[in-house]
Write a protein that binds this ligand. Structure first.
Ligand code: GRF
Length: 207
């Protein structure tokens, strides 16, 4: 079954592009109905336009979180989509916003990618934090979004090593390559089989 996506970005958009490429290459049965950014100058918007995808941006500066989210919600009301896919979206989504996108089965139809093996190293600087901690193995997590930051039922994780002579940028590049394969793969699984609740930590899904 084809799935309809709204992708949220704030910056570079390399994960967004990996998803768009995989749709273009017929590896993922999905359509991107909208790419939304809170940053009007995000490079991701330009890239999305090159793929012929509809884009929109609403700056959060000068707005409260509630005001900003109300505008986003208004925008989302104009399209139809199955999932919001966060791809480097640097804003926290409030419980009120999330509640509008609740699946009858109890979870929110919002997916995120995070560059660590959650629950280790949540937060904005996961690559740096894992690297500076001196981990030998790190990884990437794709998860459902819940009311807490970088938390929620895990859909997939993939590890990658930190090698002895890695610099931070080599370590990050290795992780990013994993991100670009994992995010489309998880979406493909959802497109083919839906979200399998049995495979999720059910206790982390509010019912
Ligand atoms: C990625 O590392 C992603 O895991 C994190 O933010 C970064 C976004 O990169 N949430 P990009 O904009 O997709 O290139």
């Amino acid at each position: 079954m084809s799935i309809q996506l709204a992708i949220f970005v704030s910056g570079r958009g390399s994960n967004m592009e990996a998803i768009l490429k995989s749709i273009q290459d017929d590896e993922l049965d999905a359509s991107v109905e909208l790419v939304f950014s809170n940053d009007l100058n995000a490079k991701a918007l330009e890239t999305a336009q090159q793929y012929g995808v509809k884009t929109a941006a609403i700056a959060n500066a000068g707005l409260t979180r509630a005001e900003h989210e109300a505008k986003i919600q208004e925008l989302l009301d104009t399209i139809s989509f199955d999932y919001i896919v966060l791809a480097g979206y640097m804003r926290i989504l409030s419980p009120k916003f999330l509640s509008h996108y609740r699946d009858p089965r109890g979870y929110y139809r919002v997916i995120n990618i995070h560059p660590s093996l959650l629950p280790a190293f949540p937060g904005k600087c996961a690559y740096e934090d894992a690297f500076n901690y001196g981990v030998k193995i790190s990884g990437i997590t794709v998860h459902l979004v819940d009311e807490q930051v970088d938390h929620g039922a895990i859909l997939a994780q993939q590890s990658f090593p930190r090698l002895a002579d890695d610099t931070l940028s080599v370590f990050k590049a290795r992780g990013l390559a994993v991100e670009h394969a994992l995010y489309p793969a998880v979406l493909r699984e959802i497109s083919n089989n839906g979200i399998k609740l049995d495979n999720l930590a059910r206790e982390s899904i509010e019912t």
